[in-house]
Design a protein around this ligand. Sequence first.
Ligand SMILES: NC(=O)c1ccc[n+]([C@@H]2O[C@H](COP(=O)([O-])OP(=O)(O)OC[C@H]3O[C@@H](n4cnc5c(N)ncnc54)[C@H](OP(=O)(O)O)[C@@H]3O)[C@@H](O)[C@H]2O)c1
Length: 117
Amino acid sequence: MNRIVLITGASRGLGLCLTKRYLIEGATVLAGVRDLTASFINELKTEYPDALIPVLLEVADTESVNQAAELVKGYTDHIDIVVNNAAICGKKRFLALDRKEKEERVNEEAIGDSEAC
Ligand SMILES: NC(=O)c1ccc[n+]([C@@H]2O[C@H](COP(=O)([O-])OP(=O)(O)OC[C@H]3O[C@@H](n4cnc5c(N)ncnc54)[C@H](OP(=O)(O)O)[C@@H]3O)[C@@H](O)[C@H]2O)c1
């Protein structure tokens, strides 16, 4: 597969699994993470020095999204697949959250994810 894939929330969970899967299949992966120094990124980068491109991306922060977009534009003029996966996968139902938690959830999963697209 010679595709270019952007995955948000690539540091763990489903995002990390998909990142590894696409790399194994031969894709170039732009991996959105909040910590570029994380050990898993360095390990994967050693294994896939050309195909893995870590991108600093906090989806709840418009400035971070814009900076990530500029960085991505420097690598490629198109993206074949976007997996907008970053989110808080909390156990609490939305109605059980307090106001601050609700604001964080909406900011991240609704506003942030739509801006990342
Ligand atoms: N697992 C399930 O059973 C399930 C079921 C239905 C839907 N989903 C959805 O599938 C997605 C992934 O689930 P998961 O279980 O893999 O979740 P997870 O293990 O909690 O991983 C969440 C990922 O999103 C990142 N992230 C969280 N907030 C972020 C933000 N504001 N900006 C950038 N990255 C952010 C985390 O990065 P950090 O490492 O920096 O925190 C992490 O990489 C979520 O959208 C979730 O709602 C999951």
